[in-house]
Design a protein around this ligand. Structure first.
Ligand code: NI
Length: 224
């Protein structure tokens, strides 16, 4: 399931994130790619050594992890420290798969879900679309700054070459409590129905049933 996450960063948070990034120095993005992806990766990533990077991470991640659609659709167990990537004219990331097992501070985790948070406005760069090979065909994504997209990391994807301007994104990965993307999608459908029922008729027997089914399916399908 591919899902747009609207308004992960508000206007002021986005401006703050971009002020941080403007202070950064960028290094070759191939340093963080697996062997196969290195061959097609042509971008730059922020040097994570300055101490203010922790503040930037905090700003971005605290907003992501509170986002209701993210929480319900990802059912996150662990989320990676983001990469801040920059693509200027001529840069692209050819078709690839992300590494299945990543590590954060030495602790391994499985990349079930990939998330791209757009930090540049679409009019600030030409090209640079994220293209995802989904079960329903190819999806092309280029969102307003502050919005994100999440998709199963098991799908091939690429970033089209930037023709002009500059594309800034934050990219991260999530290990879900529910490993199977089909199960996550079913749970998200049921979650949406449950939310509507809880709002409209919190005490109705059908609400109680759907709520019970949702909670017990999460319990049945989660691995911790
Ligand atoms: Ni990727």
């Amino acid at each position: 399931m591919m899902l747009t996450l609207p308004g992960v960063l508000g206007r002021e948070q986005l401006a703050a994130a971009r002020r941080f990034i403007a202070q950064g120095t960028f290094v070759d993005g191939r340093l963080t790619a697996g062997a196969a992806a290195q061959r097609v990766k042509r971008n730059q990533e922020i040097d994570r050594r300055p101490t203010w990077i922790a503040e930037l991470d905090g700003l971005v991640m605290s907003n992501l992890v509170r986002h209701p659609a993210y929480r319900a659709a990802a059912l996150p167990l662990a989320v990676a420290t983001p990469h801040y990537a920059r693509y200027t004219a001529g840069m692209a990331y050819g078709t690839h798969l992300d590494d299945p097992i990543m590590s954060a501070d030495g602790a391994p985790y499985r990349s079930d879900i990939a998330i791209t948070l757009f930090l540049s406005e679409p009019h600030e760069y030409e090209g640079g679309e994220l293209v995802i090979d989904t079960a329903y065909g190819t999806q092309t994504v280029k969102l307003t700054a502050g919005n994100g997209v999440m998709y199963p990391a098991s799908r091939l994807h690429r970033v089209n070459a930037v023709v002009s301007g500059e594309r800034l994104v934050a990219v991260t990965w999530v290990q879900s409590m529910v490993r199977d993307p089909g199960q996550r999608e079913l749970l998200y459908d049921l979650y949406l129905a449950r939310e509507t029922l809880l709002e409209r008729a919190p005490d109705a027997p059908e609400t109680i049933r759907v709520n019970q089914a949702y909670i017990n399916l999460v319990r049945r399908w989660s691995e911790l």
